[in-house]
Design a protein around this ligand. Structure first.
Ligand SMILES: [Zn+2]
Ligand SMILES: [Zn+2]
Length: 282
């Protein structure tokens, strides 16, 4: 009975979603992809034969771009999963909702075709692509910056595609091979994020940064900083106030070793300070 209700809810959601994807948005997606790919091709044409371009510069720009895209995907995903609500005006619908719905109906992404999957990321990357083709390519530094940013936004575009592939039941042998050797996001690796309470492994381009970021406690530290500055409770809207507050307290107790060490250092510095100020006042 309960399962029936859940199924119905999901079906309704899917219908609403399908209605939300209007011909106008589809036309915008197509335009974004065409404009984005044209700009990227034009950048390749501009850099082709440029005296500052060499194999090492290109290789490092492509690799660093891949890492940067992995980080950007993780940061944006963390923001949408952790803060705000799907009911917020503009940002809620366009930005928060797709991420929250993905936790409830993770297969929906596999039903999106190439255009629906890649339109958004192309759209947000267009301003960066314009910057890349407009900047002067007159020194190694400029050429590296253009190649690095051009590569980063290319991988940002592929992020939704790699993420979608990680949710396929039966990816093609070629895709499965790249997943197995961890050159794109592997399904088993991404599964760690899809385990409640969805508070780690946010990076979805390739996931290389997930473990390092978890080890240094990057996102839990960022959450504590935001909470201290704004008073907001992370994930309050996603998993409920009580669960979110409990999770916040439990993660504070089991922090990453580096965060614990930093805190201990801070506390000892504060102790030393209070001792010296006590001495001064004495
Ligand atoms: Zn998520
Ligand atoms: Zn996913």
């Amino acid at each position: 009975m309960k399962n029936n209700v859940t199924n119905k809810l999901r079906q309704q959601d899917a219908q609403v979603l399908a209605k939300g994807y209007s011909p106008a948005i589809r036309a915008m997606d197509i335009a974004s992809i065409v404009i984005f790919l044209s700009l990227e091709l034009f950048l390749v044409y501009q850099l082709w034969g440029n005296p500052h371009v060499g194999p090492w510069l290109l290789l490092s720009a492509v690799l660093l771009g891949y890492l940067a895209s992995d980080f950007v995907s993780g940061f944006v995903h963390w923001m949408a999963d952790t803060w705000g609500s799907a009911d917020m005006p503009v940002l809620g619908k366009a930005f928060v909702r797709p991420f929250r719905e993905h936790h409830v109906d993770e297969k929906a992404i596999t039903r999106h075709d190439f255009i629906e999957t890649n339109g958004n990321n192309c759209a947000i990357s267009i301003p960066v692509a314009i910057g890349c083709v407009m900047m002067p390519h007159t020194s190694s530094a400029w050429v590296f910056l253009a190649a690095f940013l051009g590569s980063m936004i290319f991988w940002v575009m592929t992020t939704n595609q790699f993420h979608k592939w990680s949710h396929l039941d039966e990816p093609s042998p070629v895709i499965a091979f790249f997943q197995r050797v961890h050159l794109i996001l592997p399904p088993a690796h991404h599964r760690i994020h899809h385990t409640a309470p969805f508070n780690k492994y946010y990076c979805i381009t390739v996931g290389w940064l997930n473990k390092p970021l978890l080890m240094i406690g990057f996102f839990s530290l960022a959450e504590r900083i935001v909470t201290r500055l704004t008073g907001l409770i992370p994930r309050k809207d996603d998993i409920g106030v009580e669960a979110a507050a409990e999770l916040m307290n439990s993660t504070a107790k089991t922090e990453a070793p580096m965060v614990q060490a930093a805190k201990a250092l801070l506390e000892s510095a504060e102790d030393a300070e209070s001792v010296s100020s006590a001495r001064h006042s004495a």
